[in-house]
Design a protein around this ligand. Sequence first.
Ligand code: ZN
Length: 202
Amino acid sequence: MDIKEIYMDADALLEGHFKLSSGNHSQYYLQSAKVLEDPKTVKLLADELAKQIRASGLKIDTVCAPALGGLIAGFALAQALDCRSIFAERVNGEMSIRRGFEIKEGERVLMCEDIITTGGSAMEAARVVKSLGGVIVGVAALANRGFCKRENSNLVTKANCKLPQDIPFFALEDFTFEIHSPDTCPLCKDGSEAIKPGSRGN
Ligand code: ZN
């Protein structure tokens, strides 16, 4: 399955000359929610990710996704793995588990995101799951920004990766883009102008 092509077709992976919120420039931009617009695509991706996870032999009771980004991927993955689906959400800046979701002592929880950059939000939510007695058995995401090493990839974990190294990280594809400072951006040098992706302010 060509994951990059699926993202391209869904306009979730844009190619051009983009100005990122950090001020840096990039030739690519990942608008990861766009790939989740079509429920058929979500099912396709979640089934593929579930296949990988099942092949690893990992036992999972529950998938937990940090809201908002992880919600759709988390639910779809839980459906594909035939297990429970819960989510964590931020309340006054603090990640928490509410809405009556309970976690049993020793419950085996897989954290799930639509995309993992450094894994910060996933790990924040994981700490809450652990504080309630859950055991974090792995992390899953549809896409990986390339800072954390996933199963079946040769990419090396970078210093800013926040995922623990002693549990598996499953993702369908690495999306590693070069980021340029505006002063040294080769696309600027070629004379094009960087645009803000999602010009409607998203
Ligand atoms: Zn540029």
